[in-house]
Design a protein around this ligand. Structure first.
Ligand SMILES: NC(=O)c1ccc[n+]([C@@H]2O[C@H](COP(=O)([O-])OP(=O)(O)OC[C@H]3O[C@@H](n4cnc5c(N)ncnc54)[C@H](OP(=O)(O)O)[C@@H]3O)[C@@H](O)[C@H]2O)c1
Length: 343
C-alpha cells in the first residue's frame, strides 16, 4: 500500500534547537536498535516508521550493528527510504554510529580512523544514502588517541558522508576534550547521546548536562523508558514478546519486586498527572529543556503514538520532582557505564 504522510504531522510535535546549532530536532526521536532486524516482519517496521513520521518524528537513529544480524536494521530502513519515504529525504534526520563490534579482526570496532570511515561507508551503502545527517563515535576508545577518532569524524563531514557529528556515552571529561578537538578542526560537535532515565541518572552525577549546556552541544537521551521498565508492561510479570522475554539487552533479573514497587508508585503519579507512565517518563527526561530530545524504541506503532503524546505536558511541580527523586533513589540501571569510563 502506498504511504501518504499525515498532513498535520508538524502540528503534532514540538521541535527543539540542538545546542547552539541551526538544527531543530523533534522532542521525541525514534531509534531502530531493536525490532528492525530479521526477527521482525517488514510490515511492522514500516508501520512503526509511518506512525513516527505521521506524528512529526523526523529523526531516526541507527548504528552499524543494529539488527539482528548486525547491519540489518540499516538495510531495512534503507528499503523504507526507497519506498515509503522516497520523496522525504530532506524532511528526515538520519543518524548512524560506529564504535561497537561490527566485523572480525582488529579494524571492526572501537575508534580508529580505519574503522570509523569504513563503517560509515558500509552504513551509507546499506541505507542507500549519499550522506547521513549525524554520524557518531558510538563509545569512547581508551586506546586510540582522541585526535585520531575526532579527526575521522571531521573527515567524514568534510568528505560529504555526514552533515554533523556526535559523541555517545562519553563522560564530561572526555566530552570536553573531544569537543575542543572537533572545534579546532572546524567541525563542531552537534550532539551527545547518553543513556538517561528516571532509573539511570549517571549524567546527573557526572554533570554531563551542565557540560553540554556550557559547550553549546545538544543532547539525545537513549533508553528514556529504561527499555520498557518505565511503562506499565512489567507490572504483572514479564509478558510474552516483551524485550525482557527475548533474551536480548534487557535482563529480566533487573526487574526485581522492589523495582516494580517503584514503577507502581511512578505509575500512580503519572495517572494523577493525566499521562501514561511512558509519557511521564519521557516528559521527565525533557523537563527544563536541558535534554534536546528523548530517543525511544518501539515494537508497535501504538507505542510510538503513546510516546509522542508526552509533549502535551512537560511541566513538573517541585513536589512531583522530589517524589520522583525519592522513588528512584534506590534504583540504578546503567548498562552503558563502561562505555562512558575514561580508562
Ligand atoms: N548510543 C548507544 O549506545 C545506545 C544504546 C542503546 C540504545 N540507543 C538508542 O536508543 C534507542 C532507544 O533505546 P530503547 O529501545 O532501549 O528505548 P526505550 O524507549 O527505553 O525502550 C523501548 C521499549 O520500551 C517499550 N515501549 C516503548 N514505548 C512504549 C509504550 N508507549 N508503552 C509500553 N511500552 C513501550 C517497548 O518494549 P517492547 O519491545 O518490550 O514492547 C520498546 O521496545 C535505540 O533504538 C537506539 O537508537 C543507543
Amino acid at each position: 500500500m502506498t504511504y501518504h504522510p499525515a498532513d498535520n504531522r508538524y502540528d503534532r510535535m514540538t521541535y527543539r534547537r540542538t545546542g547552539r546549532s541551526g538544527l531543530m530536532l523533534p522532542a521525541i526521536s525514534l531509534g531502530l536498535w531493536h525490532n528492525f532486524g530479521h526477527d521482525t516482519p517488514h510490515d511492522t517496521k514500516r508501520a512503526i516508521c509511518h506512525a513516527a513520521f505521521d506524528h512529526g518524528i523526523t529523526h531516526f537513529d541507527l548504528a552499524n550493528n543494529y539488527g539482528p544480524p548486525a547491519g540489518s536494521a540499516e538495510s531495512a530502513f534503507g528499503d523504507i527510504l526507497k519506498t515509503d519515504f522516497k520523496d522525504l529525504r530532506d524532511e528526515l534526520i538520519i543518524s548512524s554510529k560506529a564504535g561497537y563490534h561490527m566485523w572480525n579482526g582488529p579494524y571492526g570496532e572501537w575508534g580508529s580512523r580505519k574503522y570509523l570511515i569504513a563503517s560509515c561507508d558500509q552504513s551509507l551503502k546499506r541505507m542507500g544514502l549519499d550522506y547521513v545527517d549525524i554520524f557518531y563515535s558510538h563509545r569512547f576508545d581508551p586506546d586510540t588517541p582522541l585526535e585520531e577518532t575526532m579527526g575521522a569524524l571531521d573527515h567524514i563531514v568534510r568528505s560529504g558522508r555526514a552533515q554533523y557529528v556526535g559523541l555517545s556515552s562519553y563522560n564530561s571529561e572526555k566530552t570536553r576534550e573531544a569537543v575542543a578537538i572537533l572545534k579546532s578542526l572546524g567541525t563542531p560537535c552537534l550532539i551527545h547521546q547518553p543513556s538517561y532515565n528516571i532509573l539511570n541518572r549517571w549524567v546527573e552525577k557526572d554533570g554531563l548536562r551542565e557540560t553540554l549546556a556550557d559547550l553549546g552541544v545538544g543532547s539525545i537521551a537513549f533508553t528514556p523508558l529504561a527499555q520498557g521498565i518505565l511503562t506499565r508492561k512489567y507490572l504483572s510479570g514479564i509478558p510474552e514478546g516483551s524485550r525482557a522475554s527475548q533474551g536480548k539487552s534487557l535482563d529480566p533479573a533487573v526487574i526485581t519486586p522492589r523495582a516494580i514497587e517503584s514503577v507502581r508508585a511512578l505509575d500512580a503519579m503519572a495517572t494523577s498527572r493525566g499521562q501514561t507512565l511512558a509519557q511521564m517518563a519521557l516528559a521527565w527526561v525533557l523537563r527544563g529543556g536541558m535534554i534536546t530530545t528523548a530517543l525511544i524504541g518501539a515494537s508497535k506503532p501504538e507505542q510510538v503514538v503513546d510516546c509522542a503524546g508526552a509533549i502535551k505536558n512537560l511541566d513538573f511541580t517541585d513536589a512531583e520532582l522530589a517524589q520522583i527523586d525519592q522513588i528512584s533513589s534506590e534504583e540504578d540501571v546503567n548498562l552503558w557505564a563502561r562505555s562512558s569510563e575514561s580508562v
